[in-house]
Design a protein around this ligand. Structure first.
Ligand code: S3P
Length: 171
C-alpha cells in the first residue's frame, strides 16, 4: 500500500484543484478535508465558524485527521489552510507544502470569476490585514511539517502537479 499525499498551504494556493489534477494524472483518488468536515457535520465551513466558532472547526479537523490516518491509503488529500496543525499530520502521509506569496494568492483569488464567493466561504480571508499576518506567521510552521515544498506562484496546475509527481515520485 502506498502512502497518502497530503497537500498543505495557505487559503487560495490551489490545494483542491492540484489534488484533482494529481488524481487525474496518477489514477489515485482524491479527498478534501473541508468536504469531509462538511459531510460529517452536515454544515458548511462558514456556518461552523459563525455558529460554533473556530475552536469547534479545529476539533472537527482533528477528528478527520484521526480517521485519515486509520482508514485512508494511496490517496491525494487536500486540506484546509490550518489543517497542518493537527498533531498527527506527518503520520497521515507525505506532506507537500504549496507555497505562494500573499500578494500572488490575492491576485489569483481576485482574478477568479467567483472571487466574492471564494472570499465569503473563507471566514479567515474576510479581513485582509489579518490574513496577511496569518500567512506570515504560518510560513515557518508549514515549512516545519513539510517533506516537500513546491512554489506555485505564477505556475499552472499542470506545472504544479507535474512537479509534485516528480518530487514525490508518484509515477
Ligand atoms: C482555513 C482555510 C480554509 C478552511 C477554513 C480555515 C484556514 O480552507 O479550512 O476556512 O485556517 O486557513 P482553504 O485553505 O481550502 O481555503
Amino acid at each position: 500500500m502506498k502512502s497518502n499525499i497530503v497537500l498543505i498551504g495557505f487559503m487560495g494556493v490551489g490545494k483542491g484543484r492540484t489534488a484533482r489534477a494529481l488524481a487525474e494524472k496518477t489514477g489515485m483518488f482524491a479527498v478534501d478535508c473541508d468536504d469531509l468536515i462538511e459531510s460529517f457535520s452536515n454544515m458548511k465551513v462558514r456556518e461552523i465558524f459563525s455558529e460554533f466558532g473556530e475552536p469547534r472547526f479545529r476539533e472537527l479537523e482533528q477528528q478527520v485527521a484521526v480517521w485519515l490516518q486509520k482508514q485512508v491509503r494511496n490517496t491525494i488529500i487536500s486540506t484546509g489552510g490550518g489543517f497542518f496543525n493537527v498533531p498527527n499530520i506527518r503520520k497521515i502521509g507525505k506532506v507537500v507544502y504549496l507555497h505562494a506569496d500573499f500578494n500572488q494568492i490575492l491576485e489569483t483569488i481576485y482574478a477568479h470569476p467567483n472571487a466574492k464567493k471564494k472570499i465569503k466561504k473563507r471566514p479567515l480571508l474576510n479581513d485582509l490585514a489579518k490574513a496577511r499576518t496569518l500567512h506570515e506567521s504560518r510560513l515557518p510552521l508549514y515549512r516545519n511539517v513539510a517533506d516537500i515544498e513546491i512554489q506555485v506562484g505564477g505556475k499552472t496546475v499542470e506545472q504544479i502537479s507535474n512537479a509534485i509527481i516528480k518530487k514525490a515520485r508518484l509515477k
